[in-house]
Design a protein around this ligand. Structure first.
Ligand code: GNR
Ligand code: NI
Length: 175
């Protein structure tokens, strides 16, 4: 197990469309283990491979509580159904530190994916898990949560995030 550094905006890897996994190997399973460890360490409730500089379609998620962890490792996840009703949830992203915004998305989605044994699985998601899985699959398509906001809000968040990152880069010990 190992922690992997998390990539921040404006790194172009976050804007690439990630490639499907064609063969599930021990390397794939190791990557998912390392991503889970990195997500818990951050801490976050989800992490997509492009956020650790790997442009492949794999994600991890855990929207459980500390006392009841609920880890999902998904390979080539795909949304196969979306509800018409939508819900609004406060989102953040480990690649855009310290910024959050309300994002509106379908309230529930059905996701099809391969597990680490290559078996096809289906998962019905609602609530926080639905928001999280849509956020993670967006990452695989080079989409960030700020892309769901008005241009004004998006520009404001990007400007604040970049300013903070610049300041923490030039004043060691303060970020
Ligand atoms: O830790 C995270 N919290 C979160 C909250 C609401 C909706 C989505 C998320 S995912 C985010 C971690 C992250 O950046 N995943 O890509
Ligand atoms: Ni994110």
């Amino acid at each position: 197990m190992a922690l992997i550094p998390i990539i921040l905006i404006p790194d172009p890897v976050l804007r690439k469309v990630a490639a499907p996994v064609t063969e599930i190997t021990d390397g794939t399973r190791q990557l998912l283990d390392d991503m889970a460890e990195t997500m818990y360490d951050a801490p976050g409730i989800g992490l997509a491979a492009p956020q650790v500089n790997i442009s492949e379609r794999v994600i991890v998620m855990d929207c459980g509580r500390d006392e009841a962890p609920d880890l999902y490792k998904m390979i080539n996840p795909e949304i196969v159904a979306r509800s018409d009703d939508r819900s609004v949830l406060e989102e953040g992203c480990l690649s855009i530190p310290h910024q959050t915004a309300e994002v509106e998305r379908p309230a529930s989605v059905d996701v099809r994916y391969l597990d680490t044994d290559g078996r096809e699985q289906m998962l019905q998601c609602e609530g926080l898990l639905a928001a999280c899985v849509q956020h993670e699959i967006d990452h695989l398509d080079g989409v960030l949560f700020i892309d769901h906001l008005s241009r004004l809000k998006r520009d404001m968040i990007v400007r604040k995030a970049l300013k903070e990152l610049r300041q923490s880069a030039t004043s060691p010990g303060r970020g």
